[in-house]
Design a protein around this ligand. Structure first.
Ligand SMILES: Cc1ncc(COP(=O)(O)O)c(C=O)c1O
Length: 368
């Protein structure tokens, strides 16, 4: 098998020259804690996603924490302490709920997609439900408007992996009471670490702003209007983000082109397939997720597989300290299937196709 040097599972391209000069400008202004550029980014996100309000946060995790904290304060009923969530998710929404003393109700995914069926989510709603977290995994959408049409329930869209993806002509994240995004390194746009909350409700917007700014409304008047913490953003991160948001259509195209490249190449390799054989209109498949019963063999045979490929994380119900939430339901057949046999191939808008071709040739040798 041919050797491959420096192929990482994720690669993005950041325009260093442009960002460097913008960063100098930001330093010159000497007001880079949530200054003008952060505001510009919030406005740009609103414009791009057709959302009324946007609030930047230090990470996607903190955006989720703030959103759940808001729901908890708004409902103010200790009996309403259950959060319904897909069993397939990055751990953040579950940890945020855990620290807020909320009980997690896990829902298995569909057989052919690692997101739950809307009716399964609805069937779990009861008197104790605080909210549903729709984890919009890798540009896929749980139909929030369908759930809303069937039941009155608060919905947080965890769209950390789905910034700029669309469903039914609307941007993912804009259909729930709130939507959150992550701008960590492995995302379509990144500020190193970062996140955002979007909402169309002025009431939610004002409350979240107080929660993230120590309860202060006006930065020049130190008056605590309500309890709050410090979840502020900086203009240094905003500067890095702004440039990428401006050219997001270019980045989107590169990600979609990469998906079609893999689709073509994998059709010729046995025992491995893309998780999604078809690209649903509007979806940006940020990560190239594939499925193989021979996953363990692949990871054993490919040198540096831990850097080049990414194991898909374990399902939430497998987390030891969540066992107490499981009750009678211990089997999550579909989500277990994904965690056992799916993984990511090298993804991102700036991958080296030559190197990926060598990897795929090696995979073909292993799997034929
Ligand atoms: C589905 C999901 N939710 C939440 C997060 C948390 O975002 P962050 O890493 O910015 O805290 C991530 C991060 O990748 C994620 O994939």
């Amino acid at each position: 098998m041919k050797k491959i040097k420096n192929l990482n599972w994720w690669n993005i391209n950041i325009n260093r020259k442009k960002i460097r000069s913008d960063l100098v400008k930001s330093f010159d202004k000497k007001l880079f804690s949530q200054g003008e550029i952060s505001k510009k980014v919030e406005n740009e996100i609103c414009k791009k996603l057709k959302s009324k309000y946007c609030i930047l946060t230090p990470s996607g995790t903190s955006a989720i924490f703030l959103s759940l904290l808001y729901f908890k304060i708004k409902i103010n009923d200790p009996k309403k302490n259950e959060v319904i969530i897909s069993d397939r998710s990055w751990i953040s929404p579950a940890h945020a709920a855990y620290f807020l003393n909320l009980k997690l109700v896990f829902v298995d995914t569909k057989k052919d997609k690692p997101v739950p069926d809307e009716n399964d989510l609805i069937s779990k709603i009861n008197d104790k439900t605080l909210c549903i977290i729709c984890v919009q995994l890798n540009g896929r959408a749980v139909d929030v408007n369908y759930i809303k049409s069937k039941k009155k329930v608060l919905i947080l869209e965890d769209a950390a992996q789905s910034f700029y993806s669309k469903t039914k002509n609307r941007f993912i994240g804009t259909n729930g009471d709130m939507g959150i995004f992550s701008f960590s390194m492995g995302k379509i746009v990144t500020s190193g670490q970062g996140g955002a909350i979007i909402t169309n409700s002025n009431k939610i917007y004002k409350s979240i702003k107080l929660l993230k700014n120590n309860g202060i409304e006006n930065r020049y008047v130190d008056k605590w209007n309500s309890p709050g913490l410090n979840f502020k953003f900086t203009d240094i991160q905003a500067t890095i983000l702004l440039e990428q948001i401006k050219k997001i259509n270019e980045t989107k195209k590169k990600i979609i082109d990469l998906y079609y490249f893999y689709k073509k190449r994998l059709s010729d390799i046995p025992n491995i397939e893309l998780v999604d054989e078809k690209l649903v209109e509007g979806r940006i498949p940020l990560y190239i997720e594939c499925f193989s019963r021979k996953k363990n063999l692949i990871f054993k045979k490919i040198k540096n597989s831990e850097k080049m490929l990414r194991v898909n994380y374990q399902s939430l119900h497998k987390t030891i300290y969540f066992k107490k939430y499981l009750g009678k339901k211990k089997s999550f057949k579909n989500s277990d299937n994904y965690s056992s046999y799916s993984f990511y191939l090298p993804s991102g808008p700036d991958q080296n196709i030559k190197k990926i071709n060598i990897l795929l040739n090696n995979l073909k040798k292993i799997l034929s």
